[in-house]
Design a protein around this ligand. Structure first.
Ligand code: GLA
Length: 347
């Protein structure tokens, strides 16, 4: 095990450091202080060669100026809030409507597009912390956040989140990594096989907002209870897929009880790399990089549509306006905690 620190860049005069953690089997990941962002994950393929399975950038400018949240820690509310407003105890809060002038998406990049502070590190982990002020973007609560990234010897990256607010508020944090299990140069993700442990998903309207109802995956392009290639049904003539130009939906993880459960997996036959995702959270947004539009990323290569996929573990989108969804409303002083793991193997 080893942890190495290096300078990644500078943002408005603040140094942004990169931390690389390597385990005894040679697997490693890197994370930077800007956005508490995972920049690289070198996982072993079926021949024992290490492949960087994260789509993203080589330089800070990419993350600052051109990013679609690649690898970033997103909050205080990841995903969307319908009409960019919600109420708590009868008081309405109006948020920045950064998507189509109507919805609030990823809290307008509030946590993902800033430099976090180094908190602590050891031979197999590093953690970062940041604060936010009450009322920024209309969102209530002075809050403090910590995110800790650990690498285990069995090739698991564990991400642990903590947050606390001085006002009753909603908290929903995620990691927005885009994976390509053949490596970034691997091209399309359509042949990657995935599995999601969900009998239900949350269908969305034209603004990608769910309306309280859960829909059964049974018989639909959303049934990933057994392995299917991402591309197998992605072009199906179905309103849900057309609305979002591919998969961009929250799946309701079966038997959610707050304990750490496996919610999703992905296998790439070319590289043999397998990713298993575990989380304590109730939902996972499966997103197929529908809005990637050729922005230049690592090695000067374009990140085209469907060259990366995300499993964003989370509370359901627009939970504040859907009282039937598992609640993510936290009292003043009540701690939010969650854990998500990415386990890598090769077959
Ligand atoms: C999330 C959303 C997508 C898209 C990406 C960022 O995954 O669900 O619709 O906005 O973030 O581009």
């Amino acid at each position: 095990m080893s942890t190495e620190k290096s300078l990644f860049g500078s943002y408005n005069g603040t140094d942004v450091n990169k931390y690389t953690i390597k385990n005894c089997r040679g697997m490693s990941f890197s994370v930077i202080e800007y956005g508490a962002t995972l920049t690289n994950i070198f996982a072993p393929d079926k021949n024992g060669k290490f492949v960087d399975v994260l789509v993203g950038f080589d330089d800070l400018d990419g993350f600052v100026e051109r990013s679609d949240y690649q690898g970033m820690t997103v909050g205080p509310y990841a995903n969307r809030i319908g009409g960019a407003k919600f109420s708590i105890d009868g008081r309405e809060y109006n948020l920045t409507a950064n998507e189509k002038g109507v919805t609030s998406l990823h809290s307008n990049g509030e946590l993902s597009h800033k430099v976090w502070k180094y908190d602590s590190s050891g031979e197999n982990y590093v953690s970062f912390t940041t604060d936010r002020r009450d009322g920024v973007g209309g969102y209530p609560g002075n809050m403090n956040f910590t995110v800790k990234f650990t690498l285990t010897d069995d090739n698991k990256i564990k991400i642990e989140y903590r947050a606390v607010s001085d006002k009753k508020t909603y908290i929903n944090l995620t990691n927005h990594s885009y994976f390509n299990l053949s490596g970034f140069a691997g091209g399309s993700i359509l042949d990657t096989k995935i599995k999601i442990d969900a009998d239900y998903f949350t269908p969305v309207d034209e603004f990608s907002i769910p309306k309280g109802k859960l829909k059964e995956v049974e018989g639909k392009a959303f049934d990933f209870r057994e392995f299917h290639k991402i591309g197998e049904r992605i072009e199906n003539d179905c309103r849900q897929l057309k609305n979002t130009h591919g998969y961009d939906h929250n799946f309701c993880i079966n038997n959610y009880d707050g304990s750490l459960r496996k919610c999703a997996e992905a296998v790439d036959e070319k590289s043999g790399i397998k990713l298993e995702v575990f989380t304590t959270l109730p939902g996972v947004q499966f997103y197929t990089g529908n809005f990637l539009n050729g922005t230049i990323g690592k090695d000067g290569k374009p990140m085209k549509k469907r060259t990366g996929f995300c499993f964003e573990t989370q509370y359901y989108p627009d939970t504040p306006n859907n009282p039937s969804f598992p609640s993510c409303l936290f009292d003043a002083g009540q701690e939010y905690t969650s854990e998500t793991c990415y386990l890598f193997s090769a077959e």
